[in-house]
Design a protein around this ligand. Structure first.
Ligand SMILES: [Zn+2]
Length: 426
């Protein structure tokens, strides 16, 4: 497949060649080629450059008939978005919570009244694996429609060994029927389920001694996540769970500092791929994080949907050198959106990230947050052919036209998938 006449080709190639997630000013470097072309063969990117050079290439001249040529008509092409934080395994929207919050209840008041995460649990426990796989697949298609080609998907609404395994198997089934890439995460430690009320150490034991070993044995997840916050799990619980995960060869990541401050440095010895939310990050942790490859994954869709005035302190983190990524946090309680472009828009308007920074955060740094940086997040020879084509003459239009889908099509591992967006390309 050869894409030609790309108005702006955002390669995301690092100009310094430095290893590691993008930090500080590096987050602004998009490696733009005007009049660009990308050649993909066998699901991989083979060459990247100017359209005029691509058309003169001797290999291409010889193989022209075997190559499907796509004229991008001056539009913007970027690496497919990497949505590095989603919770797609649920059955129903949480409309009562939505209404209660509008009339003034807080996230924690809703949880105490039986709403919140626990209210999605019953639906998942009673659902068949096939139904859950259908729900996940629907979400993946919706995400791809808006330019996402790699998705991290968490379990976490089952909270028993059986239903967490079922949730992860549903993710695996959906992933097998979708041309994009899915990275599964066990979030058994989302909240303490009601049958363990007052016995949270017993539940942590169940996660460490049953869930993690079984998930590792069946290769159902690559990461283990913990909701480390007020009303969920303590830092000490998190350390125990991380230890069990590392022992079984699984990577770790955590929801932190969404509702309250947690001191993070003791968790760094587990080499977490990502700390997510980070609304109330401790000042002393910032210089530590600036030295690490642990990515701060910011999910402003949750702040928007919860109607919060405060958003994650992106500027403070970026300016201090902490690598930052952006994700949807797609979930039924606090962020029911599949749209990376909307999240990018929020990050510009409410977190003062520049349009260039939000693109890098949603591509190459998202790839780092999933430890897929060798395969995803930039348009370079050798990487997976994962692209998003937007109906725009300038990449800044992506966060500019908010709540409007300008994605024309995606390419996922070399497979072209049309979006239901406005464009028709031929
Ligand atoms: Zn989340």
């Amino acid at each position: 497949m050869l894409l030609v006449n790309i108005g702006q080709l955002l390669t995301l190639r690092s100009s310094s060649g430095k290893r590691g997630p993008r930090r500080g000013f590096e987050l602004k470097e998009l490696g733009i080629i005007k009049g660009g072309a990308v050649l993909c063969v066998g699901g991989k990117i083979v060459s990247v450059g100017k359209t005029k050079d691509a058309l003169r290439d001797p290999w291409l001249k010889k193989n022209r008939k075997r190559v499907v040529e796509i004229d991008c008509e001056g539009q913007v092409v970027l690496p497919g978005f990497v949505d590095s934080h989603t919770h797609p395994v649920f059955v129903a929207p949480r409309l009562v919570d939505f209404e209660k919050r509008i009339s003034g209840a807080t996230y924690e008041q809703i949880a105490e009244a039986g709403g919140g995460i626990r209210s999605s649990v019953e639906g998942v426990r009673n659902a068949s694996k096939n139904l859950l796989a259908e729900k996940v697949l629907e979400a993946l298609h919706e995400m791809a429609d808006q330019g996402t080609t790699t998705v991290e998907a968490k379990s976490g609404y089952g909270l028993t060994v059986e239903s967490e395994l079922k949730s992860l198997a549903a993710i695996q089934d959906a992933a097998a029927r979708w041309p994009g890439t899915v990275v599964a995460t066990l979030l058994g430690a989302h909240v303490v389920p009601k049958e363990f009320a007052g016995r949270s150490p017993k539940y942590v034991d169940l996660v460490c001694k049953e869930m993690i070993p079984q998930v590792a044995k069946r290769k159902l997840a690559r990461f283990v996540d913990v909701f480390t916050d007020r009303g969920a799990f303590t830092r000490e619980d998190t350390e125990k769970i991380f230890e069990a995960a590392n022992k079984h060869g699984l990577g770790v990541r955590a929801h932190v500092c969404q509702l309250s401050e947690t001191v993070l440095w003791p968790l760094l010895r587990f080499n977490p791929a990502s700390f997510d939310h980070m609304d109330y990050v401790n000042e002393d942790d910032i210089p530590q994080l600036a030295k690490r490859d642990t990515v701060a994954t910011l999910v402003p869709g949750a702040n928007y949907f919860l109607g919060l005035e405060k958003f994650p302190p992106a500027r403070k983190l970026i300016d201090a050198g902490v690598p930052v990524s952006l994700a949807t946090d797609y979930n039924p309680g606090s962020s029911p959106t599949p749209s990376m472009p909307f999240v990018l828009s929020l990050a510009c308007t409410h977190m003062k990230m520049s349009p260039a920074e939000v693109i890098a955060a949603a591509t190459i740094n998202g790839a780092w947050a999933l430890r897929l940086q060798e395969r995803k997040g930039s348009i370079e020879p050798g990487k997976d052919a994962d692209l998003a084509v937007f109906e725009a003459g300038d990449y800044r239009e992506i966060p500019y036209w908010f709540a409007s889908n300008r994605c024309a099509f995606t390419v996922m591992s070399g497979t072209m998938v049309a979006s239901t967006g406005p464009a028709e390309l031929g």
